[in-house]
Write a new protein. Structure first.
Length: 325
């Protein structure tokens, strides 16, 4: 689809696209604010110290490096199933090990000997309980398993005052962009399937525009007769009205008038395939686009390569047959 056609679609369906975008924006905000559960985080900071106070005099760079390597080991041990089961039992089995594993985040702080334990939950108090319980249970586990007491708590977890998720602004922006993309895609798909003749470039590959007749008072008066025919009960429920017009003998084939009978449409609604088929069958097709309020135009099309006059006069209330150029 050409850029001119895309611009036409965006302009033609701008109200619908804007409406869908606004609905998506409001829906995203409401969903983020009232449907999504808030998520709170709490964290505990722990540090690895020397094993024995007598070693303080020997506390050198090698010891620091060893402690930093030990942090990585402790981080993996803290997330093992055995430790998670002890933490879950300490919490009263109100949370499973799978849920606990998803809620906990254990990491080393900036390559130091400090371990950060972060817990996430929908309740701020529960998040703090999980983080503090994890730290206490792990200290006990290390003491029982390795017979050492080299972990100290620097900061205990406190309930978070504000949720970290969801981000209402982010969800609203994403929903707005998604709604805009869906609206534009829907409009382009609808027009691509329907292929209205009024859209620029629809027939450019098959036929050529000869001329456009601008609106005039004379033409609008003649369209009153067409409107009378379209209001006939026998055809008022038909979507398209086709009428064979008599043309001068000099003109080849026949002229067919195709127009929408729905006044509010303000454009033709004929599929590209129908127009091209008629032209390739030897018919001279004159497409008339009108909303019966004065905005009328006559668009004659022809196959590529045929030579006709580009001046299409309007006489007697109908387009005169183009003569050979």
């Amino acid at each position: 689809m050409k850029a001119s056609a895309v611009a036409w679609v965006l302009k033609r369906y701008r109200i619908l696209i804007t409406l869908m975008t606004l609905i998506s924006c409001v829906a995203g905000f409401v969903y983020s604010m009232y449907v999504m559960k808030p998520v709170y985080t709490s964290k505990v900071l722990m540090i690895i110290t020397t094993v024995d106070e007598l070693m303080i005099q020997k506390f050198d760079y090698v010891t620091i490096l060893a402690n930093r390597q030990l942090v990585q080991t402790y981080t993996e041990i803290m997330q093992s199933n055995r430790v998670l089961q002890r933490i879950a039992a300490e919490l009263g089995n109100s949370i499973t090990t799978e849920q606990l594993s998803a809620a906990l985040s254990v990491s080393q702080v900036g390559g130091t000997e400090i371990i950060e334990i972060s817990a996430r939950d929908n309740e701020p108090q529960q998040a703090a309980n999980i983080a503090n319980t994890t730290a206490n249970v792990f200290i006990q586990h290390i003491g029982e398993t390795f017979k050492v007491n080299n972990l100290k708590i620097l900061d205990t977890a406190v309930p978070g005052k504000a949720p970290v998720q969801p981000s209402h602004l982010l969800h609203t922006i994403v929903a707005t962009l998604l709604g805009l993309a869906i609206a534009v895609a829907a409009a382009l798909t609808y027009v691509y399937i329907r292929q209205p003749v009024g859209m620029p470039g629809v027939l450019d590959e098959e036929v050529k525009l000869l001329a456009r007749v601008p609106p005039s008072k004379r033409l609008r008066n003649n369209w009153a007769k067409v409107e009378e025919v379209l209001n006939n009960k026998a055809i008022k429920n038909c979507y398209l009205f086709l009428q064979t017009l008599l043309v001068e003998k000099a003109a080849l084939g026949k002229a067919i008038l195709l127009t929408s009978i729905t006044p509010q449409e303000n454009k033709l609604t004929i599929a590209e395939g129908l127009v091209v088929t008629l032209i390739q069958s030897g018919y001279r097709v004159t497409l008339v686009n009108t909303d019966f309020t004065g905005k009328s135009r006559i668009i004659p099309y022809m196959l590529q390569g045929e030579a006709f006059s580009e001046n299409i006069p309007v006489t007697g209330g109908r387009p005169a047959a183009p003569s050979r150029g």
